[in-house]
Design a protein around this ligand. Structure first.
Ligand code: ATP
Ligand code: MG
Length: 413
């Protein structure tokens, strides 16, 4: 029996499974799989890797020189549910046994238990149980001192016999699921230095949205690490859309706080006015960025500005969709996701907002807020914020353009 991972009858490849696409009609599924392949290709090219594909039912097989690197990259592609590095065999049961023994030898030693999980597509030849038993015997004979434990094994090897050949693998890397990036159009994400909005951005990407980030820079009113932490969030999120140019727009919100102070706007209203301002800036920039919706990391009841009463005042006057993917999440759930995404930091520096009052209003009255905004001539502050923009790529996180040209001044290409 051959025990090398590759021989003339076997090759290593990366197999990915997609999930929800199964629910789509045939033409839509076909279209979405095309987008998945495009996204995989973009991500591999961005990493300097090459691959070619086969698309048997329910799977995508990726062939390339560096399967480990390919698997790592594609495990961050939305629309995929899991990824395995496989040995594909062309011959019969002998090749499947060789492949399984080769994988098992690297992980098993005397005293350990194992299980073979076998499946087959064809209705002729060995059935799944017989297949599992034969492969199990091959492993058992080759590595002394093992035991079989089908319920809680130390090690599992998976074998599939399909019409395109046999597949042997022993790991499944969890991919994010969702829908392929690019299936839903673009959203403008209000991205802060915090924990929540990066998770909201990731969730919008997960449902197929291409993203542009918008950060409001409070200048001397913001903690000195706020802007750099927001840019770092932007950079980390770019790992999830490899091959897509992820752009961040930074608008200046310092004049808003200056004006509130200058006009002695009641401090308790500041947070609601600030959030209404951010939403107004976002809604004006949306068309310019080609976005169909804005996304925020707002969450019901998390902070004073996010009571249901305040959220309704914040949304007043907006004529564009506002997506709040985290609205019902608990903080712990958000943190768990942030850790998984790679945007959670325990020591993020000085992120305090110097404008936050001691006692923010939890049920701001719309009329009172509108009166303050009128006094401040809020429109002119929004307009100014929309004209002085900086653009930051995710690649090197440098400011690539700095414009004081009134909108519309930038195209999306
Ligand atoms: P996060 O909610 O992202 O953890 P945060 O707690 O600093 O950040 P909140 O006061 O909870 O911010 O703001 C609610 C939402 O408003 C944020 O999730 C984000 O979408 C948006 N937001 C807040 N500050 C900014 C900012 N400086 N630039 C852009 N968007 C912001
Ligand atoms: Mg928050």
């Amino acid at each position: 029996m051959q025990t090398g991972e590759e021989n003339s009858n076997s090759e290593r490849l990366v197999m990915v499974r997609y999930g929800e696409l199964f629910l789509k009609s045939e033409p839509v599924k076909h279209h979405f799989i095309g987008l998945l392949l495009r996204n995989i290709g973009k991500a591999l090219t961005a990493a300097g890797l090459n691959g070619h594909y086969e698309t048997p039912r329910g799977r995508i097989l990726i062939f390339g020189d560096e399967p480990e690197k390919i698997a790592d990259i594609v495990s961050r592609i939305f629309g995929l549910v899991d990824v395995s590095i496989c040995i594909r065999t062309r011959g019969g049961i002998g090749d499947l046994c060789s492949g399984a023994v080769a994988l098992a030898s690297a992980h098993l030693s005397a005293g350990m238990s194992f299980a073979v999980r076998a499946k087959r597509q064809q209705k002729t030849g060995l059935d799944s149980q017989e297949l599992g038993a034969q492969i199990g015997s091959a492993i058992y004979e080759h590595i002394p001192g093992l035991s079989v434990n089908l319920d809680h094994p130390d090690y599992e090897v998976f074998v599939e016999v399909r019409d395109f050949g046999g597949l042997v693998y022993d790991s499944r890397i969890t991919a994010p699921g969702g829908l392929p990036l690019g299936t839903q159009g673009r959203a403008l994400v209000l991205l802060s230095s915090g924990i929540d909005s990066p998770v909201a951005s990731w969730l919008a990407m997960k449902r197929g949205c291409e993203i542009t980030h918008l950060h409001l820079d409070g200048g001397r009113w913001a903690g000195c690490d706020v802007k750099s932490a927001a840019i770092e969030n932007h950079r980390r999120l770019s790992r999830w859309c490899a091959g897509y140019p992820l752009m961040m727009v930074i608008a200046n919100s310092e004049p808003l706080y200056d004006r509130m102070q200058e006009l002695r706007i009641p401090p308790r209203y500041r947070c609601v006015i600030c959030k209404r301002f951010m939403h107004q800036v976002a809604s004006r920039l949306m068309a310019h960025e080609g976005a169909l919706a804005m996304v925020t990391g707002e969450n019901l009841g998390q902070v004073a500005s996010q009571t249901l009463a305040n959220l309704s005042v914040i949304s007043e006057g907006l004529t564009v969709p506002v997506l709040r993917p985290l609205i019902t999440y608990d903080k712990e759930e958000i943190i768990t996701l942030a850790r998984r995404i790679g945007t959670f930091d325990t020591h993020p520096g000085d992120l305090a907002c110097r404008a936050v009052p001691k006692m923010p209003a939890t049920a701001a009255v719309l009329e009172a807020i509108l009166a303050c905004e009128q006094k401040m001539d809020i429109d002119s502050i929004v307009t100014r914020a929309c004209t002085e923009l900086q653009y930051v790529t995710a690649l090197n996180c440098e400011i690539v353009s700095d414009t004081s040209t009134p909108l519309p001044g930038r195209t999306n290409d």
